[in-house]
Design a protein around this ligand. Structure first.
Ligand SMILES: CC(C)(COP(=O)(O)OP(=O)(O)OC[C@H]1O[C@@H](n2cnc3c(N)ncnc32)[C@H](O)[C@@H]1OP(=O)(O)O)[C@@H](O)C(=O)NCCC(=O)NCCS
Length: 369
């Protein structure tokens, strides 16, 4: 380990002028993350512009989003920083409404020329120290890797998923820092077909869909679905639990990201009761016309078995393509063990590209008695 770098927090003000050093640190992290995405996937659909990144850090509902950077030299602050001084970054969610034992969605990147010098280790040490300071015992991060052959030696496995992953530099790093495989998801991409099939919905149900904010009369219904999702989604060994959504949280969350991201949401309504019993959501960054990502798809347990999941996704795709005509591809992830969701995705034409591993670190005080 060398000590020719420093790890510093990047803290933009919630309002007012963003200091130059903060802006430069975010630009440096954005450059590194863009390179990591390009290396991993050959595309930059998940890369954030510095402006969008700053927006997400300063417009938060039910999460804080700290960014740490490793910068060249011994430094006490970011004043006078240059983009090239940024060697690596760690970015993660601090849930503030539920799952209060976790730091989630850890993303870590080190500039290729600065690797194997202890930069990644110093960043992870700082994240674990932050977890301890906040009383959080679990840190999770998702990382992509090629899918391994069924009998491949050294393949990474979870306890619950059929998909196995080939070891990478990132997995060697994660294992060296005490993270374990908690789940392996399937990452798939849909090339949006030129002709889209009509959604067929079971008798007794109807579909609605919209781009933009959820109409106020649907917020409570959507909130119940998102809350149920926390208990229903197959999570393997990932220590995440229910999120308590309500109409206000739906409205506030949508408003917070509206300047950088648009949602396309389909709901299934049970006509006899008027209840929202299923929903599916797509997200598009406003600075990307061609790509969207699939968010939650959820049908209440008592209304399953009517092919509402497929109908919701088909309908949402049509509405998304009509509103976002340049849309070419959709990225999705689903638990390796989640056969139902995968069969729907397969019917829609999704093709599996990689495995996505959930790495989970549990503080030693939690694993010994
Ligand atoms: C993974 C990553 C963050 C590591 O950053 P780094 O600064 O090179 O990591 P460190 O120098 O602190 O490495 C610490 C240990 O991790 C392991 N490790 C890191 N890179 C490795 C590699 N390419 N092969 C094998 N082991 C590796 C080693 O045990 C290493 O210790 P050592 O150098 O004494 O052998 C960096 O390679 C990266 O940005 N990769 C792309 C993004 C990514 O995969 N992020 C997810 C990581 S959770």
């Amino acid at each position: 380990m060398t000590n020719d770098f420093s790890v510093l927090p990047v803290v933009p003000p919630d309002e007012g002028e963003v200091p130059d050093g903060v802006r430069t640190a975010v630009a440096g992290a954005a450059t590194i993350s863009r390179g990591v995405w390009l290396d991993l996937f050959g595309h930059v659909d998940f890369a954030r512009s510095p402006e969008a990144w700053l927006h997400r850090m300063t417009h938060r509902v039910s999460y804080d989003r700290p960014l740490l950077v490793a910068v060249a030299g011994a430094r006490a602050d970011l004043v006078g920083l240059k983009v090239d001084d940024v060697l690596g970054y760690a970015y993660y969610d601090v849930p503030t409404a539920d799952n209060l034992h976790t730091l989630d969605a850890l993303e870590l990147g080190v500039r290729p020329s600065a690797r194997r010098r202890g930069v990644g280790s110093a960043l992870v040490a700082a994240v674990k120290a932050d977890a301890a300071a906040r009383g959080r015992t679990h840190v999770m991060g998702w990382m992509d890797a090629p899918i391994a052959g069924t009998d491949e030696t050294g393949a990474l496995r979870s306890r619950t998923d059929p998909i196995t992953a080939r070891p990478t530099a990132g997995s060697a790093f994660a294992l060296a820092h005490g993270f374990a495989v908690a789940q392996i998801e399937r990452y798939s991409v849909l090339t949006v077909p030129a002709v889209l099939a009509d959604a067929e919905v079971a008798p007794g149900y109807r579909l609605e869909a919209w781009i933009g904010p959820t109409p106020p009369h649907h917020r409570a219904g959507l909130a119940s679905l998102w809350t149920a999702f926390g208990n229903d989604q197959p999570l393997g060994d990932v220590a995440l639990g229910e999120e308590a959504w309500d109409a206000d949280r739906i409205a506030a969350t949508e408003a917070a990201s509206a300047a950088v991201c648009e949602r396309c949401t389909a709901v299934a309504i049970h006509e006899a009761s008027g209840e929202v019993v299923g929903a599916s959501q797509l997200f598009r960054d406003l600075d990307k016309d061609e790509a969207a990502t699939q968010g939650v798809t959820q049908v209440l347990r008592t209304h399953r078995g009517h092919r509402l999941g497929l109908a919701l996704k088909r309908h949402n795709l049509r509405v998304a393509k009509a509103g976002w005509p340049a849309l070419e591809r959709i990225h999705t992830w689903n638990a390796g063990e989640n056969d139902h969701m995968w069969r729907i995705n397969e019917a829609l034409g999704y093709q599996t590209r990689a495995a996505e591993i959930c790495w989970q670190w549990i503080a030693p005080s939690e694993t010994t008695d």
